[in-house]
Design a protein around this ligand. Structure first.
Ligand code: ADP
Length: 262
């Protein structure tokens, strides 16, 4: 009737704002992972070329006529070592792809923890002696010794990764200690590796289990490696229904753990 009215519409746009924020975060994550992949590829091409060049170079040197027996075995050793490095790298890449595609089959078998740890000690004894690092291990109490069932080879792979890192990042005359303990209340066995090495800066600690990530800027040139070992370890332990974590103090040392239900 020609009256004037005011119509007010109020719309709650919290959901739109929330979606916007999630999109921005997803974009940032995608960009970061894209950048990590590029730097991974750059590292990778270096990682693959270095051993490949050594293998080809030393094989050609073997063809020369005026080399003596000592030189010859030196060249053969380098070819073998570089071949092994290349194989490790290929295995890492295959593992990462398999974890990503959910294609790893795990087995469950009783684990003799004592034997498991003493085999690890034997594998690393020589490397520790070479660096004059004191390597020690402690075994779990015997009543739970045979109660753990899991995939021995995969657990071994994780411990080998922890121990190689510990020995790699611990200078001469340091200490590396590993072993297992158990929590009767939670019914879990925990495996650990502790070192007195260079440690990990606080800001980098939350990223060490991420793919392609190396905590020290100079890690790649000084220590080698691809930054894949810990993310493979995390993928394996989580698939085995376990937990994995670390603690570290820069300049003092690092501790890496994983635990499994028994
Ligand atoms: P890689 O050893 O091939 O670089 P990893 O995934 O095994 O890759 O480790 C990721 C990074 O975490 C290493 O590059 C290193 O910076 C850091 N890190 C791992 N273990 C240790 C350790 N015991 N002490 C110090 N830094 C470590």
């Amino acid at each position: 009737n020609h009256e004037k009215h005011i119509l007010v519409i109020i719309r709650d746009i919290s959901d739109i704002k929330k979606a916007e924020k999630q999109l921005i975060e997803a974009k940032q994550k995608a960009e970061e992972s894209d950048q990590l992949k590029s730097s991974f590829l750059a590292n990778m091409s270096h990682e693959i070329r270095t051993p490949m060049n050594a293998i080809i170079g030393f094989s050609s040197l073997l063809e020369e006529e005026d080399i003596d027996q000592d030189e010859k075995s030196g060249f053969i050793n380098r070819i073998k070592n570089n071949g092994q490095n290349l194989l490790n790298l290929i295995n890492d890449i295959i593992d990462i792809s398999k974890i990503e595609a959910n294609q790893i089959r795990f087995i469950s078998e009783p684990i003799n923890i004592k034997e498991f740890l003493s085999n690890l000690y034997e594998s690393f004894e020589i490397e520790a002696k070479r660096k004059n690092i004191s390597l020690k291990y402690n075994c779990i109490e015997s009543n739970v010794m045979n109660s753990l069932e899991s995939d021995t080879n995969r657990l071994n792979q994780v411990m080998v990764n922890f121990l190689s890192n510990a020995l790699k990042f611990t200078p001469k005359n340091g200490v590396v200690e590993f072993g297992s303990k158990h929590d009767p209340q939670k019914k879990r066995v925990t495996f650990y590796v502790k070192d007195s090495g260079i440690g990990i800066p606080k800001a980098e600690q939350e990223f060490v289990f991420d793919r392609f990530r190396q905590a020290h800027t100079m890690t790649h040139t000084d220590y080698g490696g691809t930054g894949l070992g810990l993310s493979i370890s995390k993928g394996l332990i989580e698939n085995l229904h376990g937990e994995i974590w670390m603690k570290s103090k820069e300049g003092k040392g690092s501790e890496f753990y994983f635990s499994l239900p028994y």
